[in-house]
Design a protein around this ligand. Structure first.
Ligand code: F0G
Length: 443
């Protein structure tokens, strides 16, 4: 008997395969497994092609201008009128010879997701998550956050006209991220505890139906559908040439999961002909994933930690998407590693000094890449796509602290501001030293 091809999305448990309706809020299976959105790939193979997406690059239509909705066939069956978009997903792809050399790789492209409307990659997931929230008739949306998700949620909730609650760890989020969230009108609830405590609490809130709160953390599978487009957009910008590896920072591990899904679907749809290695970099003070990888993902190798790192965006000790991300590392024969805060800040100084800039968590990518090359774990001729996840202006405190003079620590490229009296004599003294300010590497 010939059965009609499935043409709609399904919501299924990644562990046991149980299917749930997409029209009812749900984040986990009754077995405890995380849920995945399954796209109707067999049917999509008839409609989707590189050419379809490439033609849209020249279009002025609202949805084509979004680097998320340009790939709308792979995101579900939303109609144009219901989509909540700014648009987003229009960050640059940078190449800088100084950074390529510093990392020691053959070729390096940096995709800047910090150039999104609220300054981080979260907008890619949020546009889809908020669209889905509206379809479900949600009135209040919520998240736990180390700051970027909360800023993105607040902004997209404002666009959609929904109420927003964000749960953040008190004193562990940069001023800029809290400020953004407040300014966009979300309620900021500061938790006496860390990100992981906030995450546990918000899940309990969302699983209590009478509160009527829809959860938009990356445990929400519709958010991950949006984040798939980071990879699709970057591959398209590379003319669909597949790099040897894609490097990204890992916190709650939603992106690692989304990247793997994007690549699997792109391969199934004939958009690419091979799968690159996924390399996830954690901060060494928040590295339960790297630890489990180092132990071959053996049973018992995963243990939550108490997270502490200067890269506050990824100060996460018990990542929600761990099982999804583990599968991605296994299927792409990827790598997970941890780098020190010093290495993250040194890499950030390089990216900033190249005039590109990013927040500390994003610089873990470059730090990780350099460490892999130094240790011989990645061939020096490798071509690599690195994802910069957040904007430089997200964390001014980290910048001010790094560039402060400090005789106790070595800080390559430290560039503290200089204070003088308003006299030409003082300027002259400075100009005489100006040879030291030439452009180039911070080393
Ligand atoms: N980079 C930045 C700038 C982030 O804000 C985050 C996560 C990550 C990397 C890690 O991505 O969670 O997909 O592994 N920030 C979340 C937040 C947790 O609440 O803003 P992941």
């Amino acid at each position: 008997m010939v059965t009609a091809e499935r043409t709609t999305v399904r919501l299924v448990c990644a562990e046991c395969g149980t299917e749930y309706p997409t029209g009812v809020p749900r984040y986990r299976c009754t077995c405890g497994g995380l849920l995945t959105v399954e796209q109707p790939l067999a049917a999509l193979r008839e409609t989707v092609s590189r050419e379809l997406f490439d033609v849209r690059l020249a279009s002025r239509a609202r949805l084509d201008q979004s680097g998320v909705w340009r790939f709308r066939e792979l995101l579900g069956d939303y109609s144009p009128g219901e989509i909540v978009s700014k648009p987003e997903g229009r960050g640059n792809l940078y190449e800088d010879a100084r950074l390529t050399d510093w990392a020691g790789v053959g070729q390096l492209w940096l995709k800047h997701e910090g150039e999104n409307p609220t300054g981080s990659f979260k907008d890619r997931g949020m546009t889809v998550g908020m669209t889905h929230a509206r379809r479900l008739g949600a009135r209040t949306v919520a998240c736990a956050s180390s700051g970027n998700t909360s800023a993105s949620l607040a902004s997209y909730a404002a666009t959609a006209g929904l109420a927003a609650l964000t749960f953040v760890p008190e004193g562990k989020v940069s001023t800029a991220k809290v400020a953004q969230t407040i300014a966009y009108g979300a309620r900021v609830i500061q938790i006496r505890g860390d990100f992981d405590a906030a995450m546990r609490l918000v899940q309990e809130v969302a699983e209590t139906p009478e509160y009527g709160v829809y959860l938009l953390n990356s445990i929400n599978p519709f958010r991950l559908e949006g984040q798939k487009t980071i990879v699709l957009d970057a591959l398209q910008a590379l003319g669909w040439r597949v790099p040897d590896a894609i490097v990204l920072p890992g916190g709650n591990l939603g992106n690692t999961a989304a990247f793997g899904k994007a690549l699997e679907e792109a391969l199934a749809l004939g958009l690419i002909d091979r799968i690159p290695q996924i390399i996830t970099v954690q901060a060494s003070g928040a590295a339960p994933f790297a630890r489990a990888f180092a132990r071959g993902f053996a049973p018992g190798s995963y243990r939550p930690v108490e997270a502490k790192t200067v890269a506050t965006a990824i100060a996460i000790g018990d990542p929600v998407s761990y099982p999804r991300a583990r599968r991605v590392i296994q299927t792409t024969e990827g790598i997970v590693l941890a780098v020190s805060d010093e290495a993250i800040l040194a890499a950030k100084a390089q990216i900033d000094r190249a005039g590109i800039g990013c927040e500390p968590a994003s610089a873990a990518t470059l730090a990780g890449l350099r460490a892999l090359i130094t240790d011989g774990l990645l061939p020096a001729k490798a071509s690599v796509l690195a994802i910069l996840t957040g904007n430089l202006m997200k964390d001014a405190e980290a910048i001010a602290a790094y560039h402060q003079p400090d005789p106790r620590s070595e800080r390559p490229g430290a560039n503290p501001p200089i204070t003088i009296d308003p006299t030409l004599d003082e300027v002259k003294i400075l100009l005489d030293e100006a040879g030291r300010w030439g452009a180039g590497s911070t080393e």
